[in-house]
Design a protein around this ligand. Sequence first.
Ligand code: GDP
Length: 439
Amino acid sequence: MFENLTERLEKALSGFKDRGKLSAEDIKKGLREIRLALLEADVNYKVVKDFLQRVENRALSSEVLESLTPFQQMVKIVYDELVETLGGKASGLNLTGKPSVILLAGLQGSGKTTTAAKLAKYLKKKGHNPLLCSTDIYRPAAIDQLRILSEKIELPFVSATPQEKALEIAERALKIAKDSGRDVLIVDTAGRLHIDEALMEELKAIKDFLKPQEVLLVADAMMGQDAVNVAQTFQERVGLTGIILTKVEGDARGGAAFSIKEVTGCPIKFLGIGEKLDALEVFHPERLASRILGMGDILTLVEKAQEAFDIKKARELEKKLKKLQFDLEDLREQLQQMKKLGSIKDILSFLPGLGKKIDNLPINEKEIHKMEAIINSMTPQERRNPHIINASRKRRIAKGSGTTVQDVNKLLKSFEEMKTLMKQFKSPGKMHGFLRRFM
Ligand code: GDP
């Protein structure tokens, strides 16, 4: 996410390092570098201009903190203004309706349908009971897609009949939501390849009827300034309450994320960061600013860990570890919990100072998959008592997992080493603190 921008900004800011005092000339030179970094990231030129003006004003003003070096001061000013440009404070969803209606709009392919399901799943996790519906009568496949996704997340979906008009589906869905006591109605609307008159008219009619609490534009971050232009048109023609930027995980430049709030006046509310249904993050300007400046985002990582790890299971594991009863069944459980957090590279990307360097780390995700495959090929009895795994069992396990006997031996040896290491953790206080960090 935004690797190129991070790298360029870090470089631009490093020019301020090792300076005793900054002259107006130094500041101007540094700002030129930052300007280039932002323009290369495809940030809207007017947003760049305003941003730099604010940074310059503050850098040249008497706002000098004795405790900070010139470099730290510049980083602080750039960080503060970045947060401001990204929208200041996180703006949550308005869910004050009965039911609250969330209308999703956007171009075809932006990720609208997937996002409708992601949002429903997110709200369900938060204790809401959403109802889903799609008014994309022009693409029956899109309606079907959302029905299948709704089934996957075990939430009800209002099916459309072939004769129904988009507005009629919306009317019926609202009635069903009210009658069945659903507190949120999520309405996916038709997307076109390009903005057209008919699309806007239909969307406006649905909006006027439903009077939604939220009208969210789903926009593809990879489209850069085109996404910003689309957002501006929807804002002018229909009126939006917020934006969900999708495919952000593949966007190295960050131009849309950086510009969209300033240009449209609409806050970004969520980021789509993958194809899976839980790949949706609440948008926090401070956290993103921190990531963009290579300072990491520990808070989001901790939240992800809290969601992914089953606290009850973690406590059971803690008990086993204390009694040194850790077996391969537990190791498999740990590997699965880790995987829920994402790839190891994903996890590391939240830590400060790594940025693009992650690509150079000798991390082998394949080895982890291999370990899991080997453990999966064992019988439960073998997982609990690895010492019974003799030569013929090893051959069977290797065959079953598509690996070699050497691989099985390697895993068993690593497991033994792990257990030895755990004995050193046996002091309960130490272990407790260690696990607590993840809860
Ligand atoms: P719609 O035409 O706007 O309804 O778009 P879809 O929901 O069908 O999504 C289009 C494609 O984008 C699908 O392949 C989705 O899996 C993918 N997609 C949606 N959101 C994201 C995201 O945040 N990251 C990535 N990588 N892909 C996404």
